[in-house]
Ligand binder design. Sequence first.
Ligand SMILES: Cc1cc2nc3c(=O)[nH]c(=O)nc-3n(C[C@H](O)[C@H](O)[C@H](O)COP(=O)(O)OP(=O)(O)OC[C@H]3O[C@@H](n4cnc5c(N)ncnc54)[C@H](O)[C@@H]3O)c2cc1C
Length: 427
Amino acid sequence: MKRVLVIGGGLAGLSSAVYLSQNKFQVTLLEASPKAGGRVYSFVDETTNTEIDNGQHILMGCYADTLNFLRLIDAYKYLKIQKNLEVNYLSHKGNSFKLKAAQFPFPFNLLYALFSFKRLNVREKFLLIKLFTKINFIDSDKLSGLSVIEWLKKEKQSDNSIKIFWEIISIGALNTSTEKASAKIFCDILKEIFWKDNTSSSIILPTLPLTKVFSEPSIELIKKKGGEVRLSEKVIGVEIEDVKINKVITDKNIYEDFDFVISAVPYFALEKFIDKKFFDKQPEFHYSSILNIHLWLKQNFLSEDFYAFIDSELHWFFNKKTHWNIVISNADKFMQMNNEEIFNLVFTELKKFIAISDDDILLYKIIKEKRATFIPDDFTLKHRPSTETKVKNLFIAGDWVDTKLPATIESAVRSGRIAAEKIVFNN
Ligand SMILES: Cc1cc2nc3c(=O)[nH]c(=O)nc-3n(C[C@H](O)[C@H](O)[C@H](O)COP(=O)(O)OP(=O)(O)OC[C@H]3O[C@@H](n4cnc5c(N)ncnc54)[C@H](O)[C@@H]3O)c2cc1C
């Protein structure tokens, strides 16, 4: 049985370890922190005794690799999958309205949704549908050099349709401003979401805390197949000789008995133990933050699973039943603020949308993820390295590797699957 060391227990590492285990490779996974899952995890909040996510994660129907991975680890059953796209929007003074795809065959279901979308005038709807229908035929390489906002303006989208429709998708998926995000990757993901099939635009929510959906079932499968998961063990160096890794050094052990290594750590961690001269491209990543605010209330009076905020610094609202979870993407400006400042700002904003008073709030918890995702600008996208490296037995995975996707669960899981396949199909 060939042996593979997987470095990093985020979703990229777990995905590669699961695929390798399924294909009869002996896997040892090394994870620096005491928990697996990387940026996707949950923990028990001691004050309220609730298991909460570090931040709400949503999946989409077009996440083909993630859905396959969840089937493999028998966790597909922990998903709530929309039949058709449906988003509830909240606007000021408690008004809400829907974007809802119809039961028609694709793509008429989505065209109907756009056509009946309130808050856009007839001209705005016409221009939006015009761009929407041509997206599938655009050669996105020709958009290189344009930002999302430049492209949308060029396509004559009004400020209102940018704010009400395009920005919500762009900031949600790319976690940066429309000024920074590349039009090329935005166009590519719009094709994935809206132009693949009937269900690709459906929103999918985990029904259990994240660790129970992703990490626990993955670890169980790896162990069942004879592999090992070593938590709290950090890789601090490797020894490369004749363009082959022959030693992996951690803060606890030295490993020499392996055939292949997959590194699935973020780029900023990888460059500490492997020289970038071994990659086919020399990347430079800048990061963007996500802020999650968990609120416990005396009474939960909202019924929908989630809402999108319109025209607000708050982006998404998730109703976790035990509490509310508000998400702010592209949240760098909040990183320097203290929790009280953040809460006051968020609460003042929330009151514009939902009729609540100070008395309704029992507790709050704020989670800042500073380096949540890399910023997908044009330069960065052109410099993402691919899975294979110049070191013969080393492959790289992670949401930042060149999967053509933004930094998402799907990118991480896909990169892990591709790295595993490079080994499986050549041995
Ligand atoms: C708050 C938040 C919300 C998000 N929301 C969404 C969403 O709704 N939908 C979506 O698709 N994506 C979302 N994302 C993005 C998604 O979480 C990431 O793209 C994905 O989890 C990245 O996985 P990864 O395995 O590439 O990296 P990571 O999750 O960062 O995993 C890397 C792992 O490597 C370990 N490691 C680092 N250095 C070493 C070392 N030297 N030795 C051993 N181990 C090491 C780390 O501890 C970590 O566990 C969100 C991210 C955040 C932070």
